[in-house]
Structure formats: structure tokens, C-alpha cells
Write a protein that binds this ligand. Structure first.
Ligand SMILES: C[S@@+](CC[C@H](N)C(=O)[O-])C[C@H]1O[C@@H](n2cnc3c(N)ncnc32)[C@H](O)[C@@H]1O
Length: 169
């Protein structure tokens, strides 16, 4: 017999095809608890019962569980390593083909745009010109217009006026 938590993961998997048992348990558990309380249930078993045959709530939980938080240059240390170590090394190797980057779990695209900006700044300082192709995917499916809005608000302090596209859509 599965406990409430396991039942919920199973219902999510049946509804979305995503197996959340492979995700960080504490994070998913917290998200499930949040929706349990929000829907005024006392136990995970009760919430599992509420979820069964309830596509609207399954979608809401799915969306919560994916956690789409993002921002420009979100992990400063990683971007510093990309700019000062990884990109210079790749550029030094030379080559005619564009370099390719795949941003897995891109949310609304800020990480992909940050990589493009970081690479552009790097390639301009290099004597080895090279193009970059970025592929960005996410389970939650970002639409084209959403990405255009992301580009239009590329205005983190790091971006400065050069990358600030605010007002253009
Ligand atoms: C916390 S956000 C991180 C966004 C971005 N990578 C960043 O670091 O700013 C996590 C994203 O991963 C996506 N995600 C979670 N599991 C995924 C999977 N199996 N395949 C693709 N995207 C996934 C979610 O939809 C969410 O948008």
C-alpha cells in the first residue's frame, strides 16, 4: 500500500508523464504540502484523494513542482567560470563550426540570454572569432512571445545599458 506522498507522485506521473520521484524529495515534498494546506486538507492521503480525477489541481501542482524561478546571471560564480575559463579555452581551440550550448530547463529564458551576453563579451575580447548556437528547452514550454518579453526586460544591473532592451517588444 502506497503512502500519500507516493500516491501523489504516481498521480502526477500518470497525468504529466514526469516522474518526480527522481527529483529532490525535500523540494517536491514542500510543494505538495503547500498545495495540501492551500486546499484545506489535513493529510497527504486526503490531498491524494482530492487530486484523483482532478486535472485542474494536478496541473496546478505540476506547475508548482517544476519551480520556474530564474533570473539573469543567476549563479554569478558559474558565469564567472564560463567567461574566464570555459569560453576562452573553447575559443582558443579554434574551428569554423558554431559552438553549441544546450540550456536544459531554461524556464523563461534568462539563463540562455545570459549565456549569449557572456559569450558575446568574451568573443569580442578574443582573437578567435566564433559563433554560438544556443538551444533552450523546458518541460513547461516557453512560448515565443514569452521569450521576446524576457529579451525586452534584459535589464539586470550586470547587463548595463548595452544589453538593456527595455521598451522594445
Ligand atoms: C529553477 S528553474 C531554473 C531555470 C534556469 N535553468 C536557471 O537556472 O535560472 C527549473 C526549470 O527546470 C524545468 N524542468 C524541471 N524538470 C525538467 C526536465 N525534466 N526537463 C526539462 N525541464 C525541466 C522547470 O520547468 C523549470 O522551468
Amino acid at each position: 500500500m502506497k503512502n500519500g506522498y507516493q500516491q501523489i507522485l504516481l498521480l502526477l506521473r500518470e497525468h504529466t508523464g514526469v516522474d518526480f520521484s527522481l527529483y529532490k524529495t525535500t523540494t517536491i515534498h514542500r510543494r505538495i504540502l503547500r498545495r495540501t494546506v492551500l486546499n484545506k486538507h489535513n493529510t497527504l492521503e486526503q490531498y491524494a484523494g482530492f487530486l484523483r480525477g482532478n486535472p485542474k489541481e494536478l496541473e496546478a501542482l505540476y506547475s508548482d513542482a517544476l519551480i520556474s524561478v530564474t533570473s539573469f546571471f543567476r549563479n554569478a560564480e558559474t558565469f564567472a567560470a564560463l567567461q574566464h575559463k570555459v569560453f576562452p579555452k573553447l575559443l582558443q581551440q579554434g574551428g569554423d563550426e558554431p559552438l553549441r550550448v544546450w540550456v536544459l530547463g531554461c524556464s523563461t529564458g534568462q539563463e540562455a540570454y545570459s549565456i549569449a551576453m557572456a559569450f558575446t563579451e568574451c568573443v569580442e575580447r578574443s582573437s578567435h572569432p566564433r559563433k554560438l548556437q544556443i538551444f533552450a528547452t523546458d518541460l513547461s514550454g516557453c512560448g515565443g512571445s514569452l521569450w521576446r518579453r524576457t529579451a525586452a526586460t534584459a535589464s539586470s544591473s550586470r547587463c548595463g545599458s548595452r544589453w538593456c532592451l527595455r521598451g522594445r517588444t
